[in-house]
Design a protein around this ligand. Structure first.
Ligand code: G1P
Length: 295
């Protein structure tokens, strides 16, 4: 059973300054819920209840979010507002939360390696909260659709190796992503043979980009220890995964669902409109006049 999920959340979120000057980017809300809460809900749905955060300076609001707020609860007890905390209360009851700090930013690979003590010697999930993912409605036999991590955990039990989520991207966007190539096992599955971190379009092995969901086998930690700084002078998770891939140890999965790059303004707005439609059944973004304050 996979129980643990790592959330690297130490990054500064410079693309959202000044909003992220005093607030972690993971706390920015899509509608009324912080981005990171969507990620933890996805992990819990996949059965991952041991949540580990690799945090950094200025990220304490994340710890407070996943804890009880006695004063607030006391204030709203018995009022209609209480139910607004139901979702986060359930997460707090069903998950455990652990934290470790990444004191210097040396890349995603370094962040994952920093989380080693929280994970130990077992397979685990990784969620990059900037990438907001929703399963296709109705997939996996549930009305809301099976989440992307849950889909990947099923694949892990089939293949018993690392699984990365991928999606097709426009050819001129490869420099934003890790890009894979490999043998197609089906329409949605590839046995990865090569992967490159943020290649220029002419150097990209395909248009299949890794998005921020991983299931990793624990040998990744030793491989990360042995990984030299790569693209942008950072220790890249992609480079360590490539070492697993040469032994056939990485499956790339085109998931059933949608993903929004909430690390960009465009993706953030798109996600907001999508969620408003999906969760409130509204097709247009709210105007000030129409907005129902109880929502
Ligand atoms: C990271 C990974 C990259 C992956 C991306 C997905 O990059 O290094 O391989 O494609 O996440 O969001 P970052 O966006 O942190 O620069």
């Amino acid at each position: 059973m996979i129980k643990k999920c790592l959330f690297p959340v130490a990054g500064y979120g410079t693309r959202f300054l000044p909003a992220t000057k005093a607030m972690p980017k993971e706390i920015l809300p899509i509608l009324d819920k912080p981005l990171v809460q969507y990620g933890v809900e996805e992990a819990l749905e996949a059965g991952l209840t041991d949540i580990g955060f690799v945090t950094g300076r200025g990220k304490r609001a994340i710890e407070d979010h996943f804890d009880v707020s006695y004063e607030l609860e006391h204030q709203i007890r018995g009022t209609g507002k209480e139910k607004r905390l139901d979702g986060i209360r359930q997460l707090i009851e069903q998950c455990t939360f652990s934290y470790t700090r990444q004191s210097s930013m040396k890349g995603l690979g370094h962040a994952v390696l920093t989380g080693r003590n929280l994970i130990g010697d077992e397979p685990f999930g990784v969620v990059l909260a900037d990438d907001l993912c929703f399963g296709d409605a109705g997939s996996g036999g549930t009305a809301d659709g099976e989440g992307v991590l849950a889909q990947m955990i099923r694949l892990y039990h089939q293949f018993r190796c690392s699984i990365v989520a991928i999606e097709e991207i426009p050819a001129d966007q490869t420099h934003h992503y890790g890009v894979i190539a490999g043998e197609a096992l089906s329409d949605s599955l590839f046995r990865v043979s090569t992967m490159v971190e943020k290649p220029a379009p002419e150097a990209a092995p395909s248009n299949l980009a890794i998005i921020g969901r991983y299931v990793l086998t624990p040998d990744i930690f030793t491989l990360l220890e042995q990984t030299e700084p790569g693209k942008n002078g950072e220790i890249q998770l992609t480079d360590a995964l490539l070492k697993q891939a040469v032994d056939g140890g990485v499956i790339a999965y085109k998931f059933a669902g949608r993903r929004f790059d909430c690390g960009s303004l465009h993706g953030f707005v798109e996600a907001t409109n999508y969620c408003y439609q999906r969760f409130y059944g509204e097709t247009d973004p709210p105007t000030v006049a129409r907005f129902d304050r109880s929502r």
